[in-house]
Design a protein around this ligand. Structure first.
Ligand SMILES: *Cc1c(COP(=O)(O)O)cnc(C)c1O
Length: 387
């Protein structure tokens, strides 16, 4: 075990917290019932656990339990939000606004809708990765039905000004959806003060299990309509059919609860580790921070390294540290990250970038070892180039 690389890829997924696993286990075994079974105790037990979990998740974002629709994760939640709104509101308008730096689980449903005749504006971001609010303001049209802007970016970690975006959307009578996959349990989220109408969540980025997430769908002021994308048993008030996955739901709620409870201390600790890593790395020449230095997730550091080949850099680090790079593998080819290109970096710097996702189980000692290895690898790659 000690030879495994240090895990610093917490934006891809996080390890399951033992406390989450412990909460889930009884729902795999003795409490196996279907929460929709209303005729016996097996169903009631499962339903009680789902009800409690739904309340926990709703409370965490200042919503109500009736506004939580469980899904298989944020990809499904984003698809349900974007396609579901498009289908329910197309007679009102066919224009959607989103960001160039969104996750593919937002961009691809938008592209799909374009093929059906919707119009999508992909807003560029500022050089620090944040949305340009005055540009957003100018982009609204009378037929803009939806604005989808992520809460926190999965690559560069920048946190978008949700309350300001929410206020603009309310003013222009467009619905506001946010992909909060990276944000839940890490930064405060409040659907009321931020005027969020629809929000995608997932458990596995916050030390919960994979395969579970939720869509928050506002029920009052305004009452948001979402056309279901999965039809069947009519679960989740008809918005998402399918038997509820009780152990995953319990794990999701436990993970969110822990994230919230530990947020004040973890935010401080992770920010210190992030600063420590950046202090080490910035001893090098030609290393650039991607994204706003402060308005970002506490555990995120994303850097571009000049004068090295991106894949050689990753290869050199692989035995020591599990990180991700600015090269996004699609099914057919390796392309530089669209999020880092959107900051105005050239292709080479976009390729030669490293995304560090520091999390709950990382230590100061690990950060020091990773920094040492990264500095050594970068120096030797640069030397090899000049020889
Ligand atoms: C991980 C992630 C997703 C996908 O979530 P899944 O639950 O894995 O489907 C969507 N958006 C963002 C910003 C993410 O980080």
């Amino acid at each position: 075990m000690s030879t495994r690389p240090i895990y610093l890829d917490c934006h891809a997924t996080t390890p399951l917290d033992d406390r989450v696993l412990a909460a889930m286990l009884p729902y795999f075994t003795e409490h196996f019932g279907n929460p929709a079974s209303i005729t016996h105790a097996y169903g009631w037990e499962a339903e009680a656990a789902v009800k409690k979990s739904r309340q926990t998740i709703a409370d965490a974002i200042h919503g109500t339990p009736e506004e939580i629709v469980f899904t298989s994760g944020a990809t499904e939640a984003n698809n349900l939000a974007i396609k579901g709104v498009a289908e329910a509101y197309f007679s009102k308008g066919r224009h959607i606004i989103t960001l160039e730096t969104e996750h593919n689980a937002v961009l691809d449903p938008c592209k799909y809708l374009e093929s059906l005749g919707f119009e999508v504006t992909y807003l560029p971001v500022r050089r620090d990765g944040l949305i340009d609010l005055s540009q957003l303001e100018k982009t609204f049209r009378p037929d803009t039905i939806l604005v989808s802007v992520m809460a926190a970016n999965n690559e560069i970690g920048v946190i978008q000004p949700l309350a300001e975006i929410g206020a603009l959307c309310r003013h222009h009578e467009s619905l506001f959806h946010t992909d909060a996959a990276q944000a839940i349990g890490k930064i405060p989220l409040d659907v009321e003060s931020m005027q969020i109408d629809i929000m995608s969540l997932t458990a596995h980025k916050v030390y919960g299990p994979k395969g579970i997430g939720a869509l928050y769908v506002r029920r009052r002021h305004p009452r948001v309509k979402i056309a279901p994308q999965l039809h069947g048993g009519g679960q989740e008030r008809g918005m998402r059919s399918g038997t509820l996955y009780t152990p995953q739901i319990v794990g999701f709620a436990t993970a969110v609860e822990l994230g919230l409870a530990e947020m004040p201390s973890e935010t401080k600790r992770l920010r210190q580790l992030r600063q420590r890593l950046w202090q080490h790395l910035s001893e090098l020449e030609g290393i650039y921070l991607n994204g706003h230095p402060e308005t970002r997730l506490p555990g995120n550091l994303n850097v571009s390294v000049a004068g090295v080949d991106g894949s050689a850099l990753l290869l050199g680090l692989q035995p020591t540290v599990a990180v991700s790079s600015g090269a996004a593998c699609t099914s057919t080819k390796i392309a530089p990250s669209h999020a880092i290109l959107a900051l105005g970096r050239d292709e080479k710097l976009a390729f030669a970038s490293l995304r560090f996702g520091i999390g709950r189980f990382n230590t100061k000692d690990q950060i020091d070892r990773v920094a040492q290895q990264a500095i050594g690898t970068i120096q030797s790659l640069r030397q090899a180039q000049t020889m």
